[in-house]
Design a protein around this ligand. Sequence first.
Ligand code: NDP
Length: 246
Amino acid sequence: MEQSKWVFVTGGARGIGAGLVRMLVKEGYSVAFTYLSSASTAEALAAECHTADTWCRGFQCDMTDHAAVNALAASLCAEYGSPYALINNAGITRDASLFVMDATRWHEVIRNNLDSVYHTSHALLPHLAENGDACIINISSVTGIKGNPGQSNYAATKAAMIGMTKSMAVELGRFNVRVNVIAPGIIETEMTAGLNDQQLKKLRDLVPLKKLGSTEDIARMAVFLLGQGGRYITGQTFVIDGGMTA
Ligand code: NDP
């Protein structure tokens, strides 16, 4: 039987990442995903997503650690061959007004949200290019497009991902590696599950569609970009925000 295409997803144990993993497996892709601290959640997700035709494995790997990312990428490519796609999803926030934002908060966000994208892309590019048909999706945010008070560090990384994506798309077009951004608005995750009705209403009121997005909304766009629908699309940003930036 032909081996299923496999996808490398960073930060796949929870939230949007877990939604991506579930949808990818449903669509017939095998998945290697990384996590940092969510070991038991990662193990349960990998077990849930294993099918007869595909594999799904979680790996503890700090995406800020260049050497660790290189080692994981090399061992996966040795075992499974070149991946079909890379989805850079792992990200953190360390919010504060710039007046009081210390250098630790600034650098932590830059390292986790931006250096990580360089690490995975650099490690996997030769393998993706070798495929002759491959994709990279970078999960940015509407904050990278319109900014948000208290998130100058986060906004800087999410905007940088868009510029990096455009450069990579032009650079990698000749290898038929397509590079795109998905920029989510407010998505229902564990974080929003802890909010009360009043707080949720406040969030919904920011959105023209008057509802929050789901992890499936993001995953569906990713699957579209990886499939035939995305074969002539590169260097673009797809905003999924219920109209927030309209
Ligand atoms: P979560 O906080 O729920 O999950 C983040 C994931 O990233 C976790 O699995 C975490 O691992 C992993 N992670 C963080 N840092 C590292 C690291 N250094 N190495 C490996 N894994 C790491 O986030 P969301 O699902 O909410 O967000 C996912 C992406 O979507 C982020 O890039 C975020 O910026 C973006 N986004 C989210 C929005 C939202 O409304 N939720 C809106 C716009 C953009 P572990 O669990 O092991 O700690």
